[in-house]
Design a protein around this ligand. Structure first.
Ligand SMILES: CC(C)(COP(=O)(O)OP(=O)(O)OC[C@H]1O[C@@H](n2cnc3c(N)ncnc32)[C@H](O)[C@@H]1OP(=O)(O)O)[C@@H](O)C(=O)NCCC(=O)NCCS
Length: 194
């Protein structure tokens, strides 16, 4: 596995002490650090109403929103709270989406988004599967989990294909700003190291 630094080993209950991003490869993708020049591609998908429908962040209205996301991601990574990857095609570095994890001690929360022109090619499944595998390479991680809106069948399928189990329904779990601004019910998925 290519990476900037050795993948960390972090004790139960702590945040991951890293300021660098591990680079992860899948059959078609390279999960790499986000870069400033990714902003236009991020804006292109984050502005798309179909893409933004079931995400927890407001649909991007201008390139500035993508730049602000990149700034947020850099700060979150630097602080050790999150890791945020660009999902780039291995053959030509085209950005097809992004994925991130929140580091919550023994729990890791996963999220991802794929640009609409690239849906249905297995990219989300490849990325999610690789991130789950990477997370469990860290001995302190016991639970990798994610939520998705109960109507987001494609995302639920991705989580299942990444080896997660549907644990239950979280009522009024997240406010979805691009749906109706109401708190929507979500499925909770997880994979647990027993
Ligand atoms: C959800 C999303 C990430 C899926 O990305 P993707 O790269 O197209 O996903 P994959 O190709 O790896 O797999 C999609 C799976 O969902 C299935 N699927 C797609 N649309 C579906 C639908 N409406 N109902 C049921 N299953 C559906 C596909 O058939 C495929 O399963 P299969 O391989 O068993 O046939 C992408 O649609 C997306 O970015 N949506 C907007 C953002 C989002 O919802 N992010 C997740 C927030 S929780």
């Amino acid at each position: 596995m290519a990476r900037d630094r050795p993948v960390l080993d972090f004790p139960l209950g702590s945040h991951m002490p890293t300021k660098t991003m591990p680079v992860l490869d899948t059959p078609h993708l390279r999960l790499r650090a986000l870069r400033g020049e990714d902003a236009p591609a991020i804006y292109a998908y984050a502005h798309d109403a179909a893409v933004a429908r079931f995400v927890s962040w407001p649909r991007h209205r201008s390139l500035d929103d993508a730049t602000a996301f990149l700034k947020y991601a850099a700060q979150a990574v630097a602080s050790g709270r999150e890791l945020q990857w660009a999902l780039a095609r291995r053959d030509d570095d085209t950005l097809v989406g992004a994925a991130g994890v929140r580091l919550q001690g023994h729990r890791v929360e996963l999220g991802y988004v794929i640009a609409q022109p690239h849906w249905g090619r297995g990219y989300a499944t490849e990325a999610a599967t690789r991130i789950v595998e990477w997370a469990f390479d860290n001995p302190g991680v016991v639970r990798v989990w994610a939520y998705c809106h109960v109507d987001n069948a494609a995302s639920a399928r991705v989580l299942e294909k990444a080896g997660m189990v549907r644990e239950g329904r979280l009522s009024a779990w997240v406010v979805f700003p691009n749906l109706d601004g109401a708190a929507g019910d979500c499925w909770c998925y997880a994979r647990v190291r027993r």
